[in-house]
Design a protein around this ligand. Structure first.
Ligand code: MRU
Length: 348
């Protein structure tokens, strides 16, 4: 990619400030864990895998800056930062998965000492980033076969390099198909209210010179009816044990439309997005964000003062509407309950 979503710089974490895109390509340097947490909360960095990487790097930064030599004091301080990271956003499970990996290292601090733990925490955060990029490439490798020459591919929100350590999940599939020389058109939902499709996905595709057409969310049905869409591929923030998938608000409607037009609907996500502790999507916590995101457009009021508004950031697509889940271990098909469990227990 021509840009880096997030980078470890020893004394700081550098991230591309996604609030400024596409008007400005500006990098944000976070010099302590609290500013990383603030960047996640305010969506300077967003997208399930990317916030997992950011949280891990924030924790590593805290470990590096903490000068204590006393194992218990060191562990307590870093655990506090882990809790702060867990509270930034509730839906994407990758965040909790990444924080959990960092917490695991703290279990050995009493035995191995502070210096070792500090190094291991930094190494783990870098490993989470590197693995995420590798995993995205594998998702692309498995998913690219779903795109045929001349297809129209519709995507929602941003599940690209900006939403991950690099390359992307749903967009990773698109990049991999392009790298094979396939020609196709991408339709990009603008993704109200935060416009991740318009501001971020469209920007990525323009950078990569992939033919793309931006549409408002309400136009997807018309395109499908006209026969212009052959495949829908989206990312995910949390996938329950039965395959029910939480993703950006609007995904569910898109899945219903796809079914009614006979268009295959695929989810692309790393296995770190699976939450097999949840039986169904009913149990997925859904973030509700400020209603000002709905009543205002980039800070400018567009709704009458005093009107009520509702702003859930995610919805849950029932597994029955999903054709397959493209992971780094292959495409998982129905029955999801059995097959998702299978890929998590079978190392191959
Ligand atoms: O609120 P966001 O922008 O963090 O929501 C992001 C999405 O819903 C993405 O589609 C999802 O995280 C998949 S990212 C590879």
């Amino acid at each position: 990619m021509k840009f880096k979503t997030i980078e470890w710089k020893d004394d700081r974490v550098r991230m591309l400030d996604q609030r400024k895109l596409p008007q400005e390509v500006r990098y944000l340097d976070c010099r302590n864990a609290s500013s990383v947490a603030q960047a996640i909360r305010t969506m300077a960095i967003r997208g399930a895998p990317a916030i997992g990487v950011a949280a891990a790097m924030g924790i590593a930064l805290a470990a590096r800056k903490n000068r204590s030599t006393h194992p218990r004091i060191f562990a307590k301080a870093v655990e506090k930062v882990c809790r702060e990271m867990r509270e930034t956003r509730p839906t994407a499970v990758n965040l909790f998965w990444a924080v959990g990996r960092m917490e695991k290292i703290l279990e050995d601090v009493e035995r191995d000492g502070v210096e070792k733990a500090r190094k291991r925490l930094v190494r783990e955060a870098l490993q989470i980033l590197e693995t995420d990029i590798e995993v995205n490439r594998k998702i692309g490798m498995y998913g690219k076969h779903l795109i045929k020459e001349g297809n129209g591919v519709l995507t929602h929100c941003n599940a690209g390099a900006l939403a991950t350590g690099g390359f992307g999940t749903a967009l990773g599939v698109i990049y991999a198909a392009r790298d094979e020389g396939k020609r196709f058109e991408v339709f990009v939902d603008e993704t109200r209210p935060m416009l991740q499709g318009c501001r971020l996905t469209a920007w990525e595709l323009v950078q990569e010179k992939i033919p793309a057409t931006l549409i408002t969310d309400s136009m997807a049905g018309v395109l499908m009816r006209k026969g212009l869409v052959h495949l829908v591929v989206v990312g995910a923030d949390r996938i329950a044990g039965n395959g029910d998938t939480a993703n950006k608000i609007g995904t569910y409607g898109l899945a219903v439309l796809s079914k009614s037009h006979g268009i295959p609907f695929y989810v692309a996500a790393p296995t770190s997005t699976l939450d097999l502790s949840l039986v169904s999507g009913e149990e997925i916590p859904i973030e509700e964000r400020s209603v000002a995101e709905v009543t205002h457009f980039r800070g400018f009021p567009v709704a009458p003062k005093g009107v009520k508004a509702f702003n859930p950031a995610f919805d849950v697509t029932p597994h029955s509407l999903i054709h397959g889940i493209i992971t780094e271990k292959g495409i998982i098909r129905k029955p999801f309950k059995r097959n998702l469990k299978g890929i998590m227990t079978n190392p191959k």
